[in-house]
Each structure stands twice: as structure tokens, then as C-alpha cells.
Design a protein around this ligand. Structure first.
Ligand SMILES: Cc1cc2nc3c(=O)[nH]c(=O)nc-3n(C[C@H](O)[C@H](O)[C@H](O)COP(=O)(O)O)c2cc1C
Length: 187
């Protein structure tokens, strides 16, 4: 696939089939993610994979509660929209996907580690699209995944920072095509 087709064709996917994403596919996606640039070639990313729809449903309920605690009463947009989404009965922040990948920043004193993780995640999402898979970033899960007690529960060293959670799966049907503004130039 041409790179520009992937850049313009990738969409956030929120409906997935039941088909499992094999471990070797995830490994290939992580390899592609690890080709991203990083400051001083620090390669400050690490990956964890969590599988199972029921397990992710449980994560979703707990992450939703934690995220909602961060809303102050009467807070402004986009909190209002986020609150609307999160309080919808039965809303699963992982869109009923069966595979969650989390990109963690290593505790290696790279001051740009978080940026590197975002670049790695973008590589992963474009590569997934190239392989016929769909992805969706799940920012709602990030604060909960980064709690020390949750990292301990999940077997993640607490010194690692949860940066970019995303679900991966086989898309069910076409995605929405969100509008993009023209790029803003400041000079
Ligand atoms: C940092 C970040 C966090 C996001 N968090 C969520 C999320 O929690 N749930 C969700 O459904 N989409 C999430 N998204 C996906 C965006 O809604 C989506 O990228 C945006 O609407 C543009 O659509 P597109 O990716 O199809 O072009 C997130 C995207 C980014 C970059």
C-alpha cells in the first residue's frame, strides 16, 4: 500500500468482528511501531497486550469510573461531551474489541519519551491499516492504566508510564469519515 493511501485512509474503528488478532500479528505491528524516530535513538517505548472481551469490559467499567472522577462540576467542553459519552448506559470505552495494546514510556530519562510513544503508536496504527486491521486510540483508558496499583495488578513495572492505549481488531463495516479542517498556517 502506498504510504499516502494509508495516511489518508486510516480511520478510528469502533466496530470489530469476533476474529482474534494473533500474537504474531501484534508482534509485527510492534516491530513497525519500533521503527519510529526517537530522541537520541532512545527507543523509549514498550508494549503490553491485554486480550479478552470480558476482561476489557471489566477494565472499561473501572477506567470509566476513574476518568469521571476527574470531571469537576460544570466543567467546560470537551469535558461535557466526554461526560455525555461516558455516562451512556453500557458504553464500553474499548468498543467491544478483544485486543488492547498499550504503548508505555520507559523510565530511561528521555525527556521526549512520551512523544516517541505517540510516534510509535501512529506507526502501529498505519501498519495495522495496511494489514487490513482497524485501530482506535483510547485516551479514556490512559489515566486509569497509569495508576500504580493498576500497573501492579497488570504486571507492568510501576516506573513505566502508560502513554497510548489503542484497541486493535478486524473492522466490521466501514468507518465514519470525520471532517478535517484545512491546516492552519501561522506565518
Ligand atoms: C490521544 C487520542 C485519544 C483518543 N481517545 C479516544 C477514545 O478514548 N475513544 C475513542 O473512541 N476515540 C479516541 N480517539 C480517536 C479520535 O476520536 C479520532 O482519532 C478522531 O475523531 C479523528 O478520527 P479518525 O482517527 O478516524 O481520523 C483518540 C485519539 C487520540 C489521538
Amino acid at each position: 500500500m502506498e504510504l499516502m493511501n494509508a495516511i489518508y485512509g486510516r480511520r478510528a474503528i469502533r466496530h470489530f468482528t469476533n476474529r482474534d488478532v494473533p500474537r504474531e500479528v501484534i508482534a509485527a505491528l510492534a516491530e513497525a511501531a519500533a521503527q519510529a524516530p526517537s530522541a537520541m535513538n532512545s527507543q523509549s517505548w514498550a508494549f503490553a497486550v491485554f486480550k479478552g472481551r470480558e476482561r476489557l469490559q471489566d477494565f472499561s467499567e473501572r477506567a470509566k469510573l476513574y476518568f469521571q472522577e476527574s470531571f469537576s462540576p460544570g466543567s467546560a467542553d470537551p469535558d461535557v461531551r466526554m461526560r455525555e459519552i461516558l455516562t451512556k448506559p453500557g458504553y464500553n470505552i474499548f468498543h467491544d474489541a478483544t485486543t488492547l495494546v498499550v504503548v508505555y514510556a520507559k523510565p530511561n530519562h528521555d525527556r521526549f519519551a512520551v512523544g516517541a510513544c505517540y510516534l510509535a503508536a501512529q506507526n502501529l496504527m498505519l501498519s495495522a491499516f495496511d494489514m487490513g486491521l482497524g485501530t482506535c486510540p483510547i485516551g479514556f483508558a490512559q489515566p486509569w492504566l497509569d495508576l500504580d496499583e493498576i500497573k501492579a495488578e497488570l504486571g507492568i513495572p510501576v516506573q513505566y508510564t502508560a502513554v497510548f492505549p489503542l484497541v486493535v481488531g478486524y473492522p466490521e463495516g466501514p468507518a465514519e469519515d470525520p471532517h478535517r479542517h484545512r491546516p492552519e498556517f501561522l506565518n
